[in-house]
Design a protein. Sequence first.
Lengths: 71, 413
Amino acid sequence: MRVVVDLNRCQGYAQCCYAAPEAFELRGHEILFYDPAPPEEARPRIERARLACPVRAISVEPAALAGEDAP
Amino acid sequence: MSDDTLFAEVLDPGNRADPYPIYARFRRNPVTRQRDGAYVVSTHAAIRSLIFDPRLSSQDLPPSRRPRTGNPLRDWILNPIKNRVANGHRPLIFRDPPDHDTLRGFVMKEFTIHRVNGLHQRVVSHVDKLIEACRGRDKVCLVEDLSYPLPVAIICELLGVPEKDEPQFHDWATRLATALEPDARRDEDTRRVTVTTFDAIAAYMRGLIREKRRHPADDMLSGLARRGTPDQPAMGDVDLISTAVLLLVAGHETTVNLITNGMLTLLRHPDELARLKADPERAPQLIEELLRFEPPVHFRTRKALGEIEIAGTTIPKGAPVILLFAAGNRDPERFTDPDRFDPDRDDVQHFGFGGGLHYCVGAPLARIEAEIALVRLCQRLRQPSLLADPPPYRPGASLRGPQNLGIRIAGIV
């Protein structure tokens, strides 16, 4: 799984940080740090984060698409 | 009825069960002026462009006015001072930057990911306890049996407000929530009741905060009530009280609508109910669609600080602006087939929690509560069906939801 956040869209609503704290962290008011290749077991929480984003900035792609080894 | 009085139809309790056709009429123009000078914003694009606009102020509450008591000391000295203090210390929902951001910062520091997500198990056990209490009955009254007591128990636990005191502030919370409605804000009598109610709940909070300072516990109120130091400033006492009251009232009066609207929508779409029951992993997506389709808060009001040009309309300085979130959520320009409840739609960018600086602080908690409540209800109620459709509604046009929701059941699993 590969996570991509469109940081031009991100407004720092921090909803992803509550949904999947292991993969998203907001530092200061609007600098988002995230794990672009979270472990497969985090998928339900990553999916929650994607859905909860008020500006729909998060996309989740299969790792293969991004040229990585499939899990 | 012409468009410049259309908002009166939104406020009319007769239209509470289905305000969506009125919203569709509003959307013929992104911005519609009302005869009383208010501007209603109803399309998705127009709302989205305004929620971040610093020319829209949230400081739109009428000034505080305490009722006459006949005691000259109170009427001429004490109460005017109290009114001035109250006017300068609105809760953050009615404040603009920079004060709003400072206050919200204090709240967010206590509304930690750890604390909020840590409530998950408590929500599960509360939900199961409340459903279990319905065993042996053939009917569930959803609001009083679950939708109301659940968020109340959880917000009390989060803030550190003793739940045994709830009967005391139950009516206060309802009255303060009612006071947000536009017609209540115009009505002098309601405003006087609001001020008296706020004084009562503030007195209660003041006592509780004193107690938290003496014996701090691991709850939000103890954290917020911490005394400031030069390195780590803290909230002033007046702001602390209005913030605590805001969180308590918000926790009372909104999630109740999300859960009840959710169950109502599922019972109207039995196929979706069955799918959720079979696959609880569908819940997060279903709840986002629910926040679009039947949001707990339909609109919020703002005030134009300067002239605003939008979608061919000029909103003059000082005009009240109504952001009709629930109309934007069903804008056909933004969503395909918007009046259809479809949890499978992928692009649900809704205003169910508002947007911009004032985006609902409690959103992550509301999602947890709604998800667990709806999944458990679907799994545990046997053959649920609506006793009345539409159900009776609470009076609020903004904080809109059923007064009660009677569900016939064949038992509890």
